[in-house]
Design a protein around this ligand. Sequence first.
Ligand SMILES: Nc1ncnc2c1ncn2[C@@H]1O[C@H](COP(=O)(O)OP(=O)(O)OP(=O)(O)O)[C@@H](O)[C@H]1O
Ligand SMILES: [Mg+2]
Length: 390
Amino acid sequence: MQQLIERSSLLQRVLLRLKESPAVALLGARQVGKTTLAQEIEKRFPKSKRFDLERPSSRAALESTPELVLSQAEGLIIVDEIQRMPSLFEILRPLCDRSDQKSTFLLLGNVSPDIVKGVSESLAGRIQFVHVGGLNLLETGNSSLQLLWLRGGFPRSFLAETDEMAWRWMEGFQQTFLERDIPALDSRIASQTLNRFWMMMAHYHGQIWNAAMIAQAMGRSPHLVNHYRDILAGTYMLRILQPWHENLSKRQVKSPKIYLRDSGILHYLLGIPSQEALRSHPRYGASWEGFAIEQILSVHGDKEAYFWSTQRGAELDLLLLREGKRWGFEFKCSDAPTTSRSMHIAVEDLKLDHLWIVYPGAEKYSLTDKITAISLEEALLVISVSSIAQ
Ligand SMILES: Nc1ncnc2c1ncn2[C@@H]1O[C@H](COP(=O)(O)OP(=O)(O)OP(=O)(O)O)[C@@H](O)[C@H]1O
Ligand SMILES: [Mg+2]
């Protein structure tokens, strides 16, 4: 068996949530490691029961008498592949409200509640959601930086023996996603159409979302391409980064930016099979930016994260609001990044507490009292200890 990469801070986060509320949902892309994490959690409970809705026996039990089956089980009750039976959320509501607390529910799924009607409403206040992303650099270790960037955070791709094997895994992933997961979500979408859209998103990685332009390129309506975008975002393939704007005497961009969340999938779709090919690819810088953003947000969380851009060209790749402070991040793919005019404007206009230039090197050096160049690992560490010390 392949070695298991420890995901201790994610594990601790889930255990804490399970103490706080009667139901926790672990949500994330398929194959990202949800079931594996749930198995680790299960070991920490003296009593548990698992239902996998991909299995006919579990499905049958929960389809005929779900209330009875679920109310009789004790301890940790895991329901895997919950997206196959979203009606269960409604059934869980009274069970979560029981006063005896003889059971806690851990639900696993690969579809965001945003695109499943009724889910967040039916369990509002009773359920906590934890996102399971791909592996991050703190889990794989900094010596794996280049590998993690090239192959992305899906464990099977990251841990493959060779780049070719990782590539073949991607092929299978793409096929199953398009031919099985998407039709299960929306049977009206042809897999070829979504594949084209997905490919297009790889080319637009790191750019401002413009529905009219994509619609024209696809020969579809803006309404439809917005729907495709939401499907890819709701299955954790695409990140939609919201724009920050405030009362400045400048015109600011108000449309979101889009990124493929996993750098391995980005590279696969762009036809970048190796580190050499990545280094000479025109999307090298955009790839680093997307990879670093995703890594940082895996530690910071999805909320209170924005980019900023003005019509006149000043911009900031990532703005995090943390503990009443404003932290700016710029991602540069050079060996020794320096400051730019745009960075000074961002520091001034947005009143940043600090701006970090995250680059693939190792050394930390300060450029001004407000601007510091830093490695990705160090950026993750300072965010994970919660207060960003200078
Ligand atoms: N922490 C880890 N270290 C090493 N390998 C892992 C880790 N987590 C998951 N894997 C491997 O990745 C693959 C997918 O993991 P898993 O089945 O847990 O994902 P999942 O999110 O439940 O996928 P699905 O949505 O398809 O059910 C498995 O082969 C598993 O062994
Ligand atoms: Mg699973």
